[in-house]
Design a protein around this ligand. Sequence first.
Ligand SMILES: Nc1ncnc2c1ncn2[C@@H]1O[C@H](COP(=O)(O)OP(=O)(O)OP(=O)(O)O)[C@@H](O)[C@H]1O
Length: 400
Amino acid sequence: MVCTYCQESHGLAGADAADEITLGRYLPAIPLVDGTRCEVACRGMSLPGETVIRYERARKEYGDGTVAVEGLDLDVHAHELLALVGPSGCGKSTTLRMANRLVELTSGRLLVEGADVADADPVALRRRMGYVIQNVGLFPHRTVEQNVATVPRLLGWSRERIRSRVVDLLELVGLAPDTYARRYPHQLSGGERQRVGVARALAVDPPVLLMDEPFGAVDPVGRRRLQAQFGRIRSELGTTVMLVTHDVDEAVRLGDRIAVFSRGGHLEQLADPVSLLARPATPMVADFVGQGAAVRLLGLGRLERADVGAPAGPAASGASTGTSDGSWQGGPVRLGDPLDEVLGALATSPAGAVHVQDDAGAVVGSVTADALLRALHRMADSAPAGSPAPAQPAVGSLRP
Ligand SMILES: Nc1ncnc2c1ncn2[C@@H]1O[C@H](COP(=O)(O)OP(=O)(O)OP(=O)(O)O)[C@@H](O)[C@H]1O
């Protein structure tokens, strides 16, 4: 079978090809009228950069007259993770839930893969979109295995196929199947329940995943681990994700783009994380991401050779940390290390500088706090053109 979009042949033929399609790797609810897009390069029906979900003047007024979202225009691109952030009550969840018709638009349009959701069967629509919420909503009287198998069973998959899919998914989210498959939700920690929620949402490999505070109930350390794991899973699967979160750090860590909302579902800024942190478009955004924006930016940057100064102090011997006088005990760090780790090493160096090594372990120079400032400004200056001018430059106050 040759993919009609990328023209690659992926060796699928006859029954295998049909099986791949029914596996849900192609959007099962969309007839393959214009041929089939391959899973490898053209997952689902959308190529990277194409619009998967489009809000056009979307408006939601609830029955009591509350206007949660007013005239929202927003595109979600294939394969991206778009994080929605903003103060409580600004319309993030309403926006998310419009996409799978848990909330119906009052006016405007919402298109998924170019088709108006108002014309879609809500049940079929929801099977194509995984949905993960804070308290997961697992079925309490069903085991982990049965919970994860919910949609595959509805789709009539065979028992063996369901079993093997469940095992794959539990391994994917880091829950050993032998230990967890037969447990009930009340026998799991909060973090384990959230993992099951993610596994269940991924069960039929949906091209779109809607997540509303998915890691909200997990402690900060577990949350960080889950975020890292989820980031890895997502890049493996290429799923398009809309993620609602209160946590700007989570948005910055996971998001390809971040949408900052203010009250009434008003879109204040839509930008990649570096642009958002370095060039907040409005005072509201600056205020929202402001505290700690520079430190968050550091977490997104890597130490480059241009940041490194001449070796100073006892460098020649500096393949290891520290010397007898203790003056170089921070570090060493390596080229390519995240800048927040470099900051951590600097913080523990009484000399105010740490040695930098290349991949082979040779000392190539040293860095100081000034180098970090230069790196911050390099990142801010390289934020893609087109970001609105800064209302209040996040790193401006750090200029030497
Ligand atoms: N069913 C409802 N009936 C009436 N008003 C509602 C309903 N659901 C939400 N709202 C209101 O709509 C507005 C937006 O709510 P929404 O839940 O979308 O915001 P949010 O940004 O997700 O909030 P949070 O961050 O607190 O979860 C709020 O003023 C909320 O009170």
